[in-house]
Design a protein around this ligand. Structure first.
Ligand code: FES
Ligand code: FE
Length: 448
């Protein structure tokens, strides 16, 4: 069965979410040629600092070498294959295998072999036994990596989505700092389920997250069930790129107005303190301001499995006195199997903001959109698990494809939208998910 009907990926075969044989193909055709997020340079600041992460199906030691560069080394000894590094993070002068003691430098070179002179033939060449290294690029503190020597450069790979990421980061008026190691949680369900959710699913808000909306976490619930403040409309713009990356940005505007009606001589950055708005605008280009001004929430996906969310909150549950705040969370959705996913969450805070604001931003993120948060993750994960259970157990259900037609053909192009890519307004649309699955199905080919 073809994965995308008429090439637009409006339906997906349900086996794509449950079958291990499909994941086996995905490792080679989707993950292998892609750039994936390993973490942030702030996690490995000093020479010898390391974290252990997944790159595709392989574990890598992400380590800062004595040369100051960050390396991603296959976490497997080149002698018998023993897992070298068993801690999830730390600092080390070298990596020494627990089996026979081969020792590797922090850049992957084999530098020590017990009994090398007495036990190995003279032709034994240590240089041939270095740890395999992935390509690593640090972009604005984000550590991206790929195993594929043929993969395009990161900038080419990111394409248009880089513009939107930069706009969100520049809106912080400086550099960003990662708040410690990521939170990690396992969820039932295929890795594509949370990923397509982040690509652009505004549709589930009114049902899945109605409790959060009722609590006023985003201000008032509007008549159409979306969030916002009384007297406002939420206007969402969906932007998809041919690479499968996507972003959805939503703007709360006075009822009846259009995006063009915003007064950009007085830009607004919801969640940031109004006294900082002039500085924030100055840190961006006029085009970036046209994207970020009045934006309540922006979320999206860097294909295949990196997601991001920048959102303003009116209040955090349990901290009703806290003023309006914003947070930025970056996520990786890592397949553990076809039916289980590990989610990593990193919170980033702008260094230009004062420490109290940074703490509040981190707290809002941790209390809502995180493994231990109230409402959002619990609500979403419950649905992801239900999807998994139903798809896996229901034989009749396997024959009907998953539908992606919401808003198809109904979006309105946004002429003059400041960013690249195909932008259209439709508050409820699966435009971005179609782009994500279209890229995925192009890489995968037809299912066997
Ligand atoms: Fe690592 Fe033998 S397996 S030194
Ligand atoms: Fe959700």
């Amino acid at each position: 069965m073809p994965l995308g009907v008429d090439g637009l990926a409006r339906t997906i075969d349900r086996r794509a979410f449950i079958d291990e044989s499909i994941l086996d193909i995905e490792w080679d055709r989707v993950f292998q040629p892609s750039w994936q997020l390993l973490g942030f340079s702030g996690e490995v600041r000093e020479p010898g600092d390391y974290v252990v992460r997944m790159l595709g199906r392989d574990e890598v030691v992400v380590i800062r070498g004595e040369d100051g560069d960050v390396h991603a080394l296959h976490n497997s000894c080149t002698h018998r294959g023993t897992r070298l590094c068993r801690a999830s993070l730390g600092n080390t002068a070298h990596l020494r295998c627990s089996y026979h003691g081969w020792t590797f430098a922090n850049d992957g070179r084999l530098i020590g072999v017990p009994a090398r002179r007495s036990g190995y033939p003279p032709a034994f060449d240590r240089a041939r036994y270095g740890l395999p290294r992935a390509r690593v690029v640090c972009r604005r503190g984000f550590l991206f990596a790929t195993w594929d020597p043929q993969a395009p450069d990161l900038e080419e790979y990111l394409g248009d989505i880089a513009w939107y990421l930069d706009a969100l980061l520049d809106c912080g008026a400086g550099t960003w700092e990662v708040c410690g190691p990521p939170q990690r949680v396992r969820t039932r369900g295929n890795w594509k389920i949370p990923t397509d959710n982040f690509a652009g699913d505004g549709y589930h808000m009114r049902t899945t997250h109605h409790i959060a909306l009722d609590q006023g976490i985003y201000g008032d619930t509007l008549a159409d069930g979306t969030r916002g403040r009384a007297g406002t409309d939420l206007i969402a713009v969906n932007i998809a790129t041919p690479h499968g990356h996507a972003v959805r940005a939503a703007y709360a505007l006075p009822r009846g107005s259009r995006l063009d009606d915003r007064d950009l001589t007085a830009p607004r950055f919801p969640g940031y303190p109004p006294r900082r708005w002039t500085d924030l605008a100055r840190a961006q280009s006029p085009e970036q301001v046209r994207f970020t001004s009045h934006c309540e929430v922006a979320h999206g996906v860097i294909f295949p499995n990196t997601a991001f969310l920048s959102v303003a909150h009116d209040r955090a549950i349990g901290h009703d006195d806290d003023p309006l705040t914003r947070y930025l969370v970056i996520r990786a959705h890592l397949p553990l199997s076809a039916r289980e996913t590990e989610c990593l969450y990193w919170t980033l805070v702008p260094t230009a903001m004062d420490p109290a604001w940074q703490r509040r931003s981190y707290r809002f993120q941790a209390r809502t959109q995180s493994a231990g948060g109230i409402l959002f993750e619990m609500d979403d994960f419950e649905n992801f698990a239900r999807i998994d259970a139903a798809l896996a157990r229901s034989t009749p259900g396997r024959s009907s494809p998953v539908d992606l037609s919401l808003g198809a053909g109904l979006g309105t192009p946004v002429p003059g939208f400041p960013g690249p890519g195909h932008a259209e307004t439709a508050t409820l649309s699966e435009h971005n998910q179609r782009a994500f699955y279209h890229r995925w199905s192009t890489l995968m080919g037809e299912l066997p």
